[in-house]
Design a protein around this ligand. Structure first.
Ligand SMILES: Nc1nc2c(ncn2[C@@H]2O[C@H](COP(=O)(O)OP(=O)(O)OP(=O)(O)O)[C@@H](O)[C@H]2O)c(=O)[nH]1
Ligand SMILES: [Mg+2]
Length: 309
């Protein structure tokens, strides 16, 4: 029987998370860049050759926006994760630092000590390299102490990869396959409940007065109406694009528009009273956003104005 495992791609914007999935699932590469709005889910089956038998493993791969600050969205995505691919860009030192400072701690806040595979991507850009493979191995060692002993000869828990020319992409996923099967735990409902409480707690307590914090809260609030987070994300993506929000740098004016669009979308599947109370609640969050004085919201128009002084 196929074993299903949820894994997640973590790492800064533009490091190549989506490109690695695209290479692994479709064996394809695109030069153009389009940031991942919210999260996206892909599936891929792989055979993992264990010492005694071959396991048929289905990876449910969650692709995530790499913009930092979406604490609630990230925490929600991390619930129930069995492993992660931690992606850095070998041409940008700060992307390696981020894994240590931000991404792995955020993940471990929700799911403790799941196995990780570390990659420095874009190895094809040889002339622009800012750090060495050994630097990556040193970071990986901090978290993956003895994980390597679960891997068969030839596989590792750190790689230089290129989504562009395909090198080591499949091996990185295959290694994670071995690691998640090795660290398989018995089903533990208490732990799962705890994990979801942590995620909800993070979403409630977080900073909602910045545009990013408010958008983060709105995304998670909307998702909570849905059992099917894939469908929720599809609607969210559509409404985010319709409101012309730059997900990496959202503004108050656009978020207010987005809140209206969410209510329009909800009319399709919720009763009028709930839609109205959701709208009131979300408007109150959006109105509290402090936009550092650059943006003004007027009743009739959503305009971006530069202060005259
Ligand atoms: N040369 C080279 N370019 C790459 C490689 N992987 C990704 N890219 C490029 O880097 C850019 C960003 O790639 P994405 O996969 O969209 O990055 P991401 O991490 O998903 O970014 P967010 O969704 O914003 O978090 C795109 O223009 C890709 O074509 C690689 O291995 N080599
Ligand atoms: Mg992406």
């Amino acid at each position: 029987m196929a074993i299903k495992k949820k894994i997640v791609m973590i790492g800064d914007s533009c490091v190549g998370k989506t490109s690695m999935i695209r290479r692994f699932v479709f064996n394809h590469f695109k030069d153009s860049y389009r940031t991942t709005i919210g999260s996206k889910i892909m599936r891929k089956e792989l055979n993992v050759h264990r010492p005694n038998r071959t396991e048929n493993l289905t990876f449910v791969i969650w692709d995530l926006i790499g913009r930092k600050g979406y604490h609630a969205l990230h925490a929600r995505t991390f619930v129930g994760v069995h492993g992660a691919i931690c992606v850095s860009d070998q041409t940008k030192m700060e992307t390696l630092v981020s894994l240590e400072d931000y991404w792995v701690p955020s993940l471990f806040n929700v799911v403790e000590h799941v196995p990780l595979v570390f990659v420095c991507n874009k190895s094809d850009l040889k002339g622009e390299v800012e750090f060495e493979y050994e630097d990556l191995v040193n970071v990986a060692r901090e978290y993956n102490g003895n994980f390597d002993e679960f891997l068969p000869t030839g596989l590792k828990s750190s790689y230089t990869t290129s989504a562009k020319d395909g090198s080591n992409v499949e091996r990185a996923f295959e290694s994670l396959g071995h690691l998640v099967l090795s660290s398989e735990e018995l089903h533990n409902p208490v732990k799962e409940l705890y994990e979801s409480l942590v995620a909800i707690g993070i979403s409630r307590s977080k900073e909602k007065t910045t545009p990013l914090g408010a958008l983060d809260a709105l995304i998670v609030d909307f998702c909570e109406e849905f059992e099917d987070s894939r469908l929720a994300m599809l609607i969210l993506r559509q409404e985010i694009e319709r409101a012309e929000i730059n997900i990496n740098n959202p503004t108050k004016a656009r978020i207010l528009k987005f809140v209206e669009y969410l209510a329009e979308a909800e009319i399709e599947f919720l009763d009028e009273k709930t839609v109205h109370s959701n709208l009131e609640k979300r408007l109150s969050w959006a109105k509290r956003i402090v936009d550092r004085g650059y943006l003004y919201y007027t009743e009739n128009a959503f305009e971006t104005l530069r202060p005259s002084i």
